[in-house]
Design a protein around this ligand. Sequence first.
Ligand SMILES: [Fe+2]
Length: 204
Amino acid sequence: MIFKQVPVGSFQNFSYIIGDPKTHTATLVDPAWEVDKLLDLCTDAGLTVSHIINTHSHHDHVEGNDAVVKRTHAKVVAHQSSPVRKDIPVDDGDSIEVGSLRVRVLYTPGHCPDHICLLVDGKVLTGDTLFVGECGRTDLTGGDAGAMYDSLFNKLMSLNDSTEVYPGHDYGRKPSSTIREERSTNYTLKERTKEEFIKFMAQP
Ligand SMILES: [Fe+2]
């Protein structure tokens, strides 16, 4: 697998390129702010973009969709509840085939109602659900701390310890991590009941 984490824009966003070296196809995850840079990286790696996957519909993760579609005719994949213009609506447990690669969808609401995380080849792309050393905020429109608890503790923390974590923003001490590291060092993942977590998230 060809995998690139690409810093874009001025909000510390990460876009991702997931490429299949066998079929020379790629998916862009959360293309935004610097579409030329992303497409140039694909061209340099000999990859044609077949899909865009949005982890969620916030502007800083989707604002490059239209420009990419215009230039590549890629199909847009997003959660079925997402308001973005999409070709392939998905839900928990679905898989997206990118050439010979399989990207599995985990539905992880909490930061917003249409949030998904993506599992591929021992890596999880966590969007704005989990950052290195932090979790996503739940005080924006559609945010839900109870749903975030379930997404973090019942979905992400049930992944293998060795799974690599690739977040949607560069907010941590380093750009990526593992489930093992987050479980043991991320203060938002300390053992709490759901009620305690909801109170914790309501603190300033
Ligand atoms: Fe967001």
